[in-house]
Design a binder for this molecule. Structure first.
Ligand SMILES: [Zn+2]
Length: 698
């Protein structure tokens, strides 16, 4: 790549030089300003004369200024090495989110929002403003504000408080779960010694004499379910694990009843209808039709997946002299998947990772984004940072010395924003992989456009003395995915932070990143990205071919499992009537769904009945914020496949398509209904054909 001259970005990056005291005072200041601007709007307007200009706009313009400041102070608790800073940051986040809840309960501002909403058709609003008005109105009314003051309104508030308390109690129970089941070493035969260190396990006493306690966390459950050779061990463990949070079952039912009551109070037929009204799918009917179609089409492939696993079960049972009844059980799936992988799809992850050293791979990704979207990335070195820093100190531009900082430019050298990379684990750092869009951009400001800044927080293995940091293929996919969210935040151009970048519906937000994952399965892209850390040679065609063979192994089993979760979610949040929900036997519904939809036999098929487990408690999404939203994973996956196959499959690096995608979908962030963006990009209604084609089922 030709050397580029170091431009100086026209806008300095934010400072990360806060103290616990300054975080607290900034949070206080933001809270005061937020209340003051609402009071000012209320004082200067009447319910009758409220317009977008005099009501929404002042609030949105203030958010344009304060959102990136709030983003910074609330970010420290994910990444700072300083306990006091983290604590101050948690408090700031709590304060600002409580304030948000409080402001959304304000009747005076809602009455004005309602007037603007009623007059929206005649007001000649631009699409972004119209979309904001409709979305905000929906959120306020779903918060009970359309209810006339009185008993119903009071009850609605009571329910919200009760829901909050119950959800916290259930979440605490889940976080403090420390159960397990006792096994003898013989019962655990097959589980690798690297996974089970008996000297570290709790020893049983009394009836458990000679046994060891095996907990339910993934570090134990994954090796056990993949390796324990006795089917009874896997079955008993599975059943115990499904019952590990039964303490939450009464809370679960209570939450469902409260949600149902609240939804009916404000005029929805059920909780699913309320929740989905704020999403891209809009109605439960759309979601249920989608899930029914998925079920038929994914179901068509599951027999073959099962047959493949049964081949391995039969062979293994013959070798070990065990009876073979021709059935694949729930506790067999992970075990035979592991054997299948070892026998048929031997992928040497280690060998592949030698070709994907972190930084060359990352730079390769940037070149792809450069070609596709016309972006240019310039890493800022110490000298550039010193020059840009408002304090004259380079150190103040990041929260940790290991963070890399890039200035991002458009093809015509227009400055686009800043990208931060915090790649490796360290103590007290957020332990997953995520993009935090902490500094959303905005165009409508008295001092011109505010450019966004966005951060990737990852935990890729560190370099060693001998080798650079190496990525497994799944890490390459993750990096592409998270960078996809980052690019969404960088190229978005909206009037307000409110609509910027990834501020889109939850059932759409993953689609752009899921689409980029497709690039990681294209042989010539992989070849281009790869470079052996020592020899600098690209990865061989054989290794690529081996890897690609594994992409859809047991895809139908996986998708049907997702469907179990999604359809159960819709059933419990969309009962036919209040009475049906009151009488609902949740455990029975859960086990029936699982057996019916997954296509795989569970304990109920061997005499355990339909109350063998209460595993719905283990899916945190239902009590978390994904209630009536689990479908979103598959829903956005379908759109991502449709976009990829329609515009990129034939030529993944087609820059004309890349720019179309950037301008139509990414740039507009959440400023239009997502379905409109999709239809404009595809030139038609989206459909699930590409999703099934990709799975080999079309
Ligand atoms: Zn994501």
């Amino acid at each position: 790549m030709a050397a580029v001259t170091q431009n100086t970005p026209p806008q300095a990056p934010p400072l990360f030089n806060h103290t616990p005291e300054s975080i607290a005072s900034v949070a206080e200041d933001l809270a005061v300003r937020a209340k003051a601007i609402i009071d000012k709007v209320v004082a200067s307007t009447t319910v009758e004369n409220a317009t977008f200009e005099n009501t929404f706009k002042p609030l949105l313009l203030q958010d344009n200024i304060t959102d990136p400041i709030g983003g910074v102070i609330c970010f420290y608790h994910y990444v700072s090495t300083d306990a006091a800073l983290r604590e101050a940051s948690v408090k700031a986040e709590e304060k600002l989110s409580e304030l948000g809840v409080e402001l959304r309960m304000r009747e005076d501002i809602f009455q004005r929002v309602n007037t603007v909403y009623q007059n929206r058709e005649a007001a000649g609003l631009d699409p972004e403003s119209l979309h904001i008005v409709e979305t905000e109105h929906k959120r306020y009314s779903n918060n009970g504000l359309l209810l006339p003051a009185g008993a119903a309104r009071e009850r609605f508030k009571e329910i919200q408080l009760e829901l909050n308390r119950t959800t916290i109690e259930a979440r605490n129970n889940a976080n403090s779960e420390t159960g397990g089941i006792f096994f003898t070493p013989e019962e655990l035969a097959g589980v690798p010694e690297t996974a089970v260190n008996f000297s570290e396990l709790e020893k049983g006493t009394g009836e458990n004499e000679g046994k060891f306690k095996v907990g339910f966390k993934p570090d134990m459950s994954i090796p056990l379910m993949e390796h324990a050779i006795h089917p009874e061990t896997r079955r008993d463990y599975l059943i115990a694990k499904e019952n590990k949070l039964n303490i939450n079952s009464p809370l679960f039912k209570k939450i469902l009843l409260l949600r149902d009551e609240a939804a009916r109070l404000i005029g929805y037929k059920d909780h699913a209808a309320l929740k989905i009204s704020e999403k891209m799918a809009k109605t439960p009917e759309t979601v249920n039709t989608f899930l029914a179609d998925m079920r038929v089409r994914a179901g068509a492939g599951v027999k073959n997946d099962i047959a493949q696993l049964l081949k391995h079960k039969k062979a293994e049972h013959e070798t070990r002299g065990l009876d073979f009844d021709g059935e694949l059980y729930l506790w067999d799936v992970n075990y035979y998947e592991r054997i299948q992988k070892e026998k048929e799809y031997s992928v040497d992850e280690q060998a592949i990772s030698e070709y994907f050293a972190l930084w060359p791979t990352f730079n390769g990704m940037l070149s792809i984004f450069q070609k596709l979207f016309g972006l240019r990335f310039q890493e800022l070195d110490e000298a550039a940072r010193t020059k840009l820093s408002a304090t004259g100190n380079a150190k103040d531009l990041t929260w940790h010395e290991d963070v890399n900082l890039y200035a991002v430019y458009d093809a015509d050298s227009t400055f686009m924003g800043y990208l931060y990379l915090d790649m490796h684990p360290r103590d007290h750092k957020y332990s997953h992989y995520a993009n935090f869009g902490i500094g959303p951009g905005s165009t409508d400001n008295s001092d011109g456009r505010h450019q966004p800044f966005t951060t990737l927080v990852c935990n890729f293995p560190k370099p060693t003395k001998e080798k650079p940091a190496l990525l497994q293929h799944s890490d390459v996919v993750t990096l592409f995915h998270e960078l996809g969210h980052g690019i969404h935040n960088l190229v978005s151009k909206t009037n307000y932070t409110w609509t910027h970048g990834t501020h889109v519906s939850r059932d759409f937000v993953e689609a752009p990143s899921q689409m980029l994952e497709h690039w990681c399965w294209v042989p010539h892209v992989l070849k281009e990205l790869s470079s052996h850390w020592e020899t600098k040679k690209p990865i061989s065609d054989d290794l690529i071919a081996n890897l690609i063979k594994t992409k859809n192994v047991n895809g139908s089993i996986f998708n049907l499992r997702q469907l179990v979760y999604s359809t159960f979610d819709m059933v419990i949040h969309g009962p036919e009537s209040r009475e049906v929900l009151e009488a609902m036997d949740i455990a029975k519904v859960w086990n029936e769904r699982r057996a019916d939809v997954s296509g795989i036999k569970g304990p109920e098929s061997t005499g355990y009945g339909l109350h063998w487990g209460e595993g719905f408690n283990n899916v945190g999404h239902y009590i978390g914020a994904y209630d009536a939203g689990y479908y979103g994973y598959m829903y956005s996956e379908v759109f991502s496949a449709d976009m990829y196959y329609t515009s990129f499959k034939a030529d993944p690096l087609n820059s004309e398509q890349g720019r179309r995608y950037r301008h139509i979908v990414l740039e507009r962030g959440g400023s239009r209904p997502e379905m409109d963006l999709l239809k404009e990009f595809l030139g038609r209604e989206p459909n699930s054909n590409a999703f099934f084609q990709d799975l080999g089922l079309a």
